[in-house]
Design a protein around this ligand. Structure first.
Ligand code: FEO
Length: 400
């Protein structure tokens, strides 16, 4: 147990080893933490637990530090099993202890565990007295699942925000001011880009709602990564900035290639962009060789996205298809896009990619460019001209 404020303790797990999260949907290059907290007062509350594989270890360690029978209340801010994973083993030992969660939380916990525990569904504004301190519940649907909620501890002025404001960063240092800031914010923006982008509207509303409560705030304790004790509002302000269709002066080019024809197109397009605008950051990624979540993070920061694939079997390469599916669900806003690619016979790839970009909410700025077979000098010049058009059509955009 690590005391983070008087009578409030971190009792989580640092997972240095994990490199893939949500199956293989999210890369965790720097590991993660599952943060769980104990609050002691006249009554004792446990907030969240850890991922299932560490459930036994968590319950065993917790039992060495406090008598599990001393836990009067369990708060489950979110039912996803990286936070509820130890509940099965814990509740075997304290089966009657009430579990406070949202109504959706009850459904989700029952769906995961198939156990009819002593659930107490709560809504925004409901309070739980621990003695001198109170826990105030704040529903946070879609941040990032329908069951998610925050809770706030009075007297100590702590917001337990669950996934929101978290990052996948393993560290023993615990606090935001002690870790490398570049690593921290890289993991924060990756987390926002890959998980919270579709819910940006709700992010803005929830932050406005929380700010309007005028609650004093000394700490934000998320369920992954560091605790924000130094200027905790800095991450709230970042979320507000990211929630407003965030983009920098960057154009990202994502492609896959069979015999380097589409790669040569990508590079010629980049040259064309740079010949018009030497300030814009142009970044190229072969999606079959690059971590998909890192690429999404780059797209999140871009004002425009160009996607390329040769045509194969009247379609596109599978790595590009996977990427298109990924961005379809993320609902990026106010970003421009177009497609490119080589072909030998039928040449459907550009139209297919353009349709996918449109479905994903991008504004198509050109009909795209195709090149037959291996692009020759003339084709590469056309790609450069295409790059110039892209630069001109995105150049007047003032980056945020
Ligand atoms: Fe960290 Fe939605 O679980």
């Amino acid at each position: 147990m690590k005391e983070i404020k008087k009578s409030v303790y971190w009792v989580g797990k640092v997972d240095w080893e994990i490199r893939e999260f949500h199956g293989s949907e999210y890369s965790t290059h720097r590991g993660t933490t599952y943060n769980s907290y104990i609050i002691e007062d006249e009554k004792t509350a446990l907030i969240d637990t850890v991922w299932s594989p560490y459930g036994s270890e968590f319950v065993r360690n917790l039992g060495k530090q406090i008598s599990l029978r001393k836990i009067d209340y369990v708060v489950a801010n979110h039912a996803e099993i990286d936070h509820s994973g130890a509940l099965g083993e814990l509740m075997d030992q304290i089966p009657d202890t009430p579990i406070y969660c949202t109504k959706n939380g009850v459904e989700s916990l029952m769906g995961h565990f198939h156990r009819d525990w002593n659930f107490v569904p709560v809504e925004t504004g409901d309070k739980l007295s621990l003695g001198k301190k109170e826990i105030v519940f704040i529903e946070a649907p879609m941040l990032h699942w329908p069951d998610s909620m925050f809770c706030y501890l009075t007297e100590q002025n702590i917001l337990f925000s669950n996934d929101a404001f978290g990052q996948h960063l393993s560290t023993e240092l615990l606090y935001n001011d002690l870790v490398d800031q570049a690593e921290l914010f890289q993991e924060c923006i990756k987390y926002y880009a890959n998980i919270l982008t579709p819910f940006s509207g709700q992010v803005e509303k929830k932050i406005d709602e929380f700010k309007s409560l005028n609650l004093p705030l000394d700490m934000i304790c998320p369920s992954h990564g560091v605790i924000w004790r130094d200027n905790p509002l800095q991450i709230v302000d970042k979320y507000l900035e990211w929630s407003k269709s965030y983009r920098k002066d960057q154009i990202t080019i994502v492609y896959d290639t069979m015999w380097n024809g589409t790669r040569n197109m990508a590079e010629a397009i980049a040259q064309g962009i740079k010949s018009v605008d030497d300030k814009v950051a142009v970044k190229l990624f072969n999606i079959s060789h690059t971590d998909k979540n890192d690429v999404v993070t780059e797209v999140f920061q871009s004002k425009a996205l160009l996607v390329g694939s040769p045509t194969i079997n009247r379609g596109i390469l599978s790595a590009v298809a996977g990427f298109m599916e990924q961005i379809r669900g993320l609902k990026f806003k106010q970003k421009k896009a177009s497609a490119f690619g080589t072909y030998g016979w039928s040449g459907e790839s550009v139209d297919m990619i353009n349709n996918g970009l449109k479905d994903a909410g991008f504004e198509l700025i050109e009909s795209g460019i195709r090149s037959a077979w291996n692009p020759d000098e003339k084709s590469l010049k056309e790609c450069m001209e295409f790059g110039k058009v892209i630069a001109n059509q995105t150049g007047s955009e003032k980056p945020k």
